[in-house]
Structures are given as structure tokens and as C-alpha cells.
Design a protein around this ligand. Structure first.
Ligand SMILES: Nc1nc2c(ncn2[C@@H]2O[C@H](COP(=O)(O)OP(=O)(O)OP(=O)(O)O)[C@@H](O)[C@H]2O)c(=O)[nH]1
Length: 339
């Protein structure tokens, strides 16, 4: 049996969403699919006794539970150790050679520190790669939850895939209102309505792009900038929502000289690193054969990846920012000051 990790690493997907929003239901349904059988699952529970584990029926023991605290706060570091242990067991043949890892966070987890720790862990980088955040949002109660709970807003803003769960019982007006709210919180992602966790795996996985030869489809899906079409950062902050989290996109038609982008990017990090919840985008650097791919989570950035060529006809610089309290006008002004 070939146990070498696939080229580029084993994809790691974070499944998050507020309490009771349908994470376990989704995972249980997904894991019954034969094409997802070779998945390892890490479940993070509050409290000493985890119940979710029992709800996920698995024949083997590729389900690991992080009980007793939340991986985003009291158990920082624990996730990395668990991934390392799973790798050892995979290499030793004591678990099946899993092809992906699904991590279910607690309903109150802030996905940002989890992702930041993972991306920053060089020791894991030769085996694993980040493959996106899936966030479940309860279509019945989601609107109220998003109003009240900052964690729920962070989970939605962070998502690469948004699932509106319980679509079988939610009134269509509630789903429409929720879609509108989510479009402000995370304009790049079109939410999928699902019932009882029934969703095609192709719609969920393969969100991240770390391949210099990525196709146009892959890049566009990852960037999710289509939701921003025709929209730019404006002084009036049309995308301001909630007390703090904002989503905005910076667009430039003309290529940016490398020194301009570097100056802008370095100063942005120096000034507001901790408030950059998520940044992703393509930068058209003057003279380069392809765009520079930028991906950062809470101030921790993957190395800037120059793509071999442009994946499609749209060669504009498009940078999507999900921030805590940074005004679009400020970001715009910062870039202008270097142009
Ligand atoms: N009708 C309906 N009920 C659902 C759906 N998805 C989940 N539920 C129910 O909602 C409740 C919570 O679902 P879970 O999957 O346990 O939610 P969770 O996000 O894992 O919950 P926590 O672990 O507490 O954060 C359960 O009673 C599920 O049966 C759905 O699509 N339709």
C-alpha cells in the first residue's frame, strides 16, 4: 500500500459553525460516502465527555477526539500534536492511509487562531496542507445567532464554503434574509442550502490553491471575488456589518510595480497584522508571467506564491480582505501612498 502523502500534502479541512448548526450531521453524512472513506477526523469537544464521537459511525478508529477544552483557546498546540501523532500512526500502518483530515471545531471556536497555528507549523507542512474552512450556518436560527455572537460572525467571515443547514425546515424567507446577511459578511462565497448534511463532496473540498499551475476554475473558486464584481472599497463602507468584522476587496486594473506592492504589504502587516483576519488574492506584478498568490490568516501569511501564468483572462489585481475594524478607505490610501 502506498502510504506516501499525496504531492502537495494531505488536505486538512476545518469544519466550523455555531453550536447546533449541523457540523456533526454534515460530517456523519459525508463519511458515509465511499469516496470519503479514507478520511481522518479530529473532533474538538468542550467538556470531559464528548458525545459527537458516538454520533459519527466509523468502523475504524481514525476518529480522534480533542476533549476537555477548545482548540482555539485552552488547547492551543494540541491540534498540531494530534496531527503529528496521526501522521506517525499513518506511517506505522496502525491507521489506514487516510487521504484527508477533517477537523470539527467546537461551536464556539474562533477559526482564526486554529488556522494560524496550523499554517505557522513548519513541522507539519511537509505532510499536510490547508484545504479550506467549511462553515455551517443554521438556516432557522442563523440570523439571530449572527447578530448576537461574534464567534458566529468570525466563523462565517472565515469560510471558503458556507452551508445553510436545516434547509428542509427553514422558511424560504429566513433563508433569503440569511443569504443577504452572509453576503455582507463574506461576499466572496455563495452559500449552499443543505438538508441533513446532504451535499456533494466536490462542492466542499479543493478550496485552497497552492499549485503554481492551478487552473482558472480553481483560482476563481478559491478567490471567491466574483461576489465582489463591480464593488470597490468605498469611503462609505457599504460592507460594514456588526461591530467589527468587515469584508472588502481592493482592485487594480494596471499591474503594480513589485516595490509598490512590497512596500504596501510590509507596512500593512506592520501596522495592522492582528486585525487582518483573512487576506487572499491575486496581485498583478509588473513584468511577471503570472500573478502573485497571497493567502494570510490573522497576520500569518503563507509564502507569496508566484503562479506560472494567468489562470484566466481577468488580470486585475484583486485582494479580498476580511478584517477587524480596518476601514477600506485606509487600505486604499495605504496602497495609493506607494503608487
Ligand atoms: N431538520 C434538520 N435538522 C438538522 C439538520 N442538520 C442538523 N439537524 C439537527 O440539528 C441538531 C444539531 O445538529 P448537530 O449536527 O449535532 O450540530 P453541531 O453543529 O454538531 O452541534 P454542536 O456539536 O453542539 O456544536 C440535531 O438535532 C440535528 O439532528 C438538517 O439539515 N435538518
Amino acid at each position: 500500500m502506498n502510504i506516501a502523502p499525496p504531492p502537495g500534502g494531505i488536505p486538512v479541512v476545518l469544519v466550523t459553525g455555531f453550536l447546533g448548526s449541523g457540523k456533526t450531521t454534515l460530517l456523519a453524512r459525508l463519511l458515509r460516502r465511499p469516496e470519503l472513506a479514507r478520511s481522518a477526523v479530529i473532533i474538538n469537544e468542550f467538556g470531559a465527555v464528548g458525545l459527537d464521537h458516538d454520533l459519527i459511525e466509523r468502523a475504524d478508529d481514525d476518529v480522534v477526539e480533542l476533549a476537555g477544552g477548545c482548540v482555539c483557546c485552552s488547547q492551543r498546540g494540541e491540534l498540531g500534536q494530534t496531527l503529528a501523532r496521526l501522521r506517525e500512526r499513518r506511517e506505522a500502518g496502525s491507521v489506514a492511509a487516510f487521504e484527508r483530515v477533517l477537523i470539527e471545531t467546537t461551536g464556539l471556536a474562533d477559526p482564526a487562531p486554529i488556522l494560524r497555528d496550523f499554517l505557522a507549523d513548519a513541522w507539519l507542512a511537509d505532510t499536510y496542507r490547508f484545504d479550506g474552512v467549511i462553515t455551517t450556518v443554521d438556516a432557522v436560527h442563523g440570523l439571530g445567532t449572527l447578530e448576537r455572537e461574534p464567534e458566529a460572525r468570525a466563523q462565517a467571515a472565515f469560510a471558503d464554503r458556507l452551508l445553510l443547514t436545516k434547509a428542509d425546515v427553514a422558511p424560504s424567507a429566513a433563508i433569503d434574509a440569511l443569504r443577504e446577511r452572509l453576503a455582507a459578511l463574506n461576499p466572496g462565497v455563495v452559500p449552499l442550502a443543505v438538508a441533513a448534511g446532504e451535499v456533494a463532496p466536490e462542492a466542499l473540498f479543493g478550496a485552497a490553491v497552492r499549485d503554481p499551475r492551478a487552473t482558472r476554475e480553481q483560482v476563481e473558486r478559491w478567490l471567491g471575488a466574483r461576489g465582489f464584481v463591480g464593488w470597490r472599497i468605498a469611503a462609505s463602507e457599504p460592507n460594514r456589518h456588526g461591530p467589527d468584522i468587515r469584508a472588502q476587496v481592493l482592485v487594480r486594473e494596471a499591474p503594480l510595480p513589485a516595490a509598490v506592492f512590497r512596500g504596501f504589504f510590509d507596512l500593512l502587516l506592520e501596522a495592522r497584522r492582528d486585525d487582518l483576519l483573512r487576506v487572499k488574492g491575486l496581485v498583478n506584478i509588473a513584468g511577471a508571467p503570472g500573478p502573485l498568490l497571497v493567502h494570510g490568516v490573522q497576520g500569518s501569511f503563507e509564502p507569496l506564491l508566484p503562479l506560472a501564468g494567468w489562470p484566466g483572462g481577468d488580470r486585475r489585481t484583486r485582494l479580498v480582505f476580511i478584517t477587524r475594524g480596518i476601514s477600506g478607505a485606509w487600505i486604499e490610501g495605504l496602497l495609493r501612498s506607494f503608487e
